[in-house]
Design a protein around this ligand. Structure first.
Ligand SMILES: *[C@@H]1O[C@H](CO)[C@@H](O)[C@H](O)[C@H]1NC(C)=O
Ligand SMILES: *[C@@H]1O[C@H](CO)[C@@H](O)[C@H](O)[C@H]1NC(C)=O
Ligand SMILES: *[C@@H]1O[C@H](CO)[C@@H](O)[C@H](O)[C@H]1NC(C)=O
Ligand SMILES: *[C@@H]1O[C@H](CO)[C@@H](O)[C@H](O)[C@H]1NC(C)=O
Length: 366
């Protein structure tokens, strides 16, 4: 009798426990549903909040009065095609630097920590070029994979890696040689918003604008390469075959003629260097925090732009959403040079997607 009652009570409690656990699961699912990509997927976004892309750019656009970009404006609010970076903390208003002051700061870096051996070449010769990459420890496996993708092509290009933390520096510098240079970026003097040492991928790619300046100033052309843009074929002949015709070659982003600084070749010539200084200025001092991509897009749309830009085709430099789309893939995959692992959605991991498409060349997972 007592045993039966205990049993019934036990069953009742178990039932209650089940209901309780279910509620906890439901609540947890609700609150984690919009959380960032899982830790291992290769995107360290935990410190930044991504919002729908609406951005008041009127203060920046003052510089380009008759500018047609961005196109979708409504009451002074314009939507940009890419996501906007929002910093959590309120920052004090920045004291903007004039272009001349900024140039001086950048030149000081180039004379100091970012100095590259000067080159002796006649003005007739084509400048040598360097592939510029950057990573921190969160992305070192993706960097490894990228290195492996160009190793497999058996090309011998000079690669400079900017390592954003000590761990990354000690990991990659063991393998450095005359063609693979590994630099630590901790000693740089960074202007304006670039100064905040925010360890996120967004900040990392924004700082690349300064590295580009340093390399271009040393007389080297720069190919900026995202480490999640895997090389399937050697793309350099596409540029060198028409080297005389243009100043810059840029892969396209979500929209036609919207730059993707994932694959981006710049000649070391004064008008390109000047554009890069303006790019740094916008990234560092605009009142709204701009991504490197949005800032560059604004500059490229400026009517006063005097740099000749060639946009690379989607068929050869597709977006992730194209390459990983089955119908697109079946039609164009054979002609693809570089696959950018962007726009892979929030749920599915980049690495997993690379693996499924034979673009992951490492054995280990992370
Ligand atoms: C790496 O990612 C984690 C979580 O995504 C983040 O908290 C951390 O700040 C990142 N570290 C760096 C060096 O970016
Ligand atoms: C940023 O805002 C401040 C104060 O609101 C203003 O004085 C300054 O001119 C603005 N800077 C730019 C680049 O528009
Ligand atoms: C790489 O850099 C070295 C100097 O460090 C230079 O001699 C060589 O020609 C460069 N290679 C290419 C392919 O640009
Ligand atoms: C895949 O691409 C085709 C056209 O190439 C398009 O019609 C389709 O909507 C795309 N699918 C997805 C899921 O984006």
């Amino acid at each position: 009798m007592t045993n039966t009652r205990t049993l019934i009570r036990l069953i009742k409690y178990l039932g209650l426990l089940q209901v309780f656990l279910l509620s906890v699961i439901v609540i947890l699912t609700y609150f984690t549903r919009t959380s960032p990509i899982p830790h291992n997927s290769g995107l360290g976004r935990s410190r930044i909040r991504w919002k729908k892309p609406t951005l008041a750019v009127s203060d920046i656009l003052k510089r380009h009065q008759d500018n047609a970009f961005p196109k979708n404006c409504n009451d002074g609010h314009c939507s940009l095609p890419t996501e906007k970076l929002q910093l959590k903390k309120k920052r004090r208003p920045l004291k903007a630097m004039s272009k001349a002051e900024l140039r001086q700061t950048l030149d000081d870096n180039v004379a100091g920590v970012l100095s590259f051996p000067p080159l002796s070449k006649t003005s007739q010769e084509k400048s040598p070029f360097v592939i510029l990459t950057a990573t921190n420890s969160n992305f070192s496996s993706i960097m490894d994979n990228w290195l492996e993708s160009i190793r497999r092509l058996r090309v011998r290009y000079n690669v400079t890696l900017m390592s954003e933390d000590d761990e990354t520096f000690s990991y990659f510098s063991k393998r450095s040689n005359s063609e693979f240079k590994v630099l630590s970026t901790s000693a740089l003097t960074l202007p304006g918003r670039l100064h905040f040492r925010i360890p996120t991928y967004q900040q990392l790619i924004r700082k690349r604008t300064v590295y580009i300046f340093a390399l271009l100033s040393s007389g080297r052309d720069v190919l900026l390469a995202d480490i999640d843009a895997v090389w399937k074929k050697d793309p350099m002949h596409l540029i060198f075959d028409e080297y005389e015709k243009h100043d810059m070659w840029i892969a396209q982003g979500k929209e036609d003629h919207f730059p993707c600084p994932c694959f981006f070749y710049m000649k070391s010539i004064p008008r390109v260097i000047d554009l890069v200084v303006e790019w740094v200025q916008l990234v560092a001092f605009s009142n709204k925090t701009l991504t490197d991509q949005n800032a560059l897009a604004l500059l490229l749309e400026s009517p006063s732009l005097n740099v000749d830009v060639k946009y690379l085709s989607y068929e050869q430099f597709p977006l992730g959403s194209q390459y990983f789309n089955q119908s697109w893939h079946e039609k164009y995959a054979n002609g693809v040079y570089v696959v950018h692992g962007n726009h892979l959605g929030r749920g599915s991991g980049k690495i997993e997607m690379f693996k499924n498409h034979n673009l992951w060349y490492l054995d280990r997972n992370s």
